[in-house]
Design a binder for this molecule. Structure first.
Ligand code: NDP
Length: 280
């Protein structure tokens, strides 16, 4: 059984991005890519994520802008902020940190971002391109998961993949990329009956539900590859959606939490920002 080192893989990706930025932009005195993160205050997890994105930008030699808006910001003010960044020629990618407070509509606000700057590929236009297998970029977490599998030379084609969770951000996107890699994919969600009967058929099991240690060895086929996307904050620190120790008895590969998928998401965000900048 192998524990996949997401931090190491993420560092390789960020170093590659840094190298390209140094060679193609800094040394040539050209405008470096710029990632703008809009954060509506009030979500402590978002604060942590935005700080780690800013750190990654610094590492890669990218410009980062953080736009903090008050928790009671109106839709009109939020849209004005997004429009300003859409029209700013120095901004390569825009990330709207989700979830937004309840009075704002996540989907409507995301779709205000110009598709050319939609760095997490969540606008309707970019999702359409993703689902018709013509994306310039794909959502960061889903991209990171495919990179994890490929870095370990795990065969995807022809394999049975089960994704637990159907959010656009993670579940649906990763299911789509796995299908594009020729896996046979099943998506499960909170209304799925007999979940363990389905998950037990998976050669590759991806879990993104946001429920601490919900998936245990009874859900896992012997020798399966288990990708744990969940991030659950507990008094003992961050925990995944998979009961790690217990799952280790069954799987051939597993991603830990922390140190698995999370660092890849940030690294792929850097890569996506660079791609959008190159496409400007
Ligand atoms: P959402 O809350 O948007 O979606 C959760 C999904 O899980 C839903 O589709 C829901 O089903 C399903 N679900 C909930 N409970 C069960 C259950 N008991 N059995 C089966 N399915 C269930 O979450 P996200 O997709 O945004 O995130 C999922 C997790 O991944 C979270 O812990 C989040 O913090 C983490 N995350 C981690 C990232 C990383 O970089 N590592 C990046 C993004 C997210 P239904 O649709 O029926 O409600």
């Amino acid at each position: 059984m192998k524990i996949i080192d997401g931090k190491k893989l993420a560092l390789n990706i960020k170093e590659e991005v840094k190298k390209k930025i140094t060679e193609n932009y800094i040394k040539k005195n050209k405008q470096v890519p710029c990632l703008a993160c809009i954060m509506v205050e009030g979500n402590s997890a978002s604060e942590v994520y935005v700080a780690s994105k800013q750190k990654a930008c610094e590492f890669c030699g990218m410009e980062s802008r953080i736009i903090r808006l008050p928790n009671d910001v109106t839709e009109k003010e939020l849209f004005k902020t997004i429009d300003k960044l859409n029209n700013d020629k120095n901004v390569s990618g825009i990330l709207l940190q989700l979830p937004l407070p309840k009075h704002l509509d996540d989907v409507k606000a995301t779709n205000r971002i110009s598709p050319a700057k939609d760095v997490d590929c969540l606008t309707n236009e970019n999702l359409g391109a993703l689902f018709s297998a013509r994306p310039i970029i794909a959502p960061c977490t889903a991209t990171g998961i495919i990179k994890i599998l490929k870095s370990e030379n795990i065969e995807i084609s022809g394999k049975r993949a089960v994704v637990v969770g159907r959010s656009l951000l993670v579940g649906k996107s990763v299911a789509n990329l796995l299908e594009q890699e020729n896996a046979t994919v099943t998506i499960c969600h909170s209304r799925t009956l007999n979940l363990e009967e389905i998950t037990k058929q998976a050669d590759i099991l991806v879990v993104a539900i946001g429920k601490k240690e919900y998936i245990t060895d009874k859900h896992i086929k012997d020798g399966a590859v288990v990708i744990d996307v969940g991030i659950n904050r507990t008094e003992e620190g961050l925990k995944g959606d998979v009961d790690f120790k217990n799952a280790c008895n069954k799987c051939s590969y597993i991603t830990p939490v922390p140190g698995g998928v999370g660092p890849l998401t940030v690294a792929c965000l850097m890569e996506n920002t660079l791609i959008l900048h190159e496409n400007k």
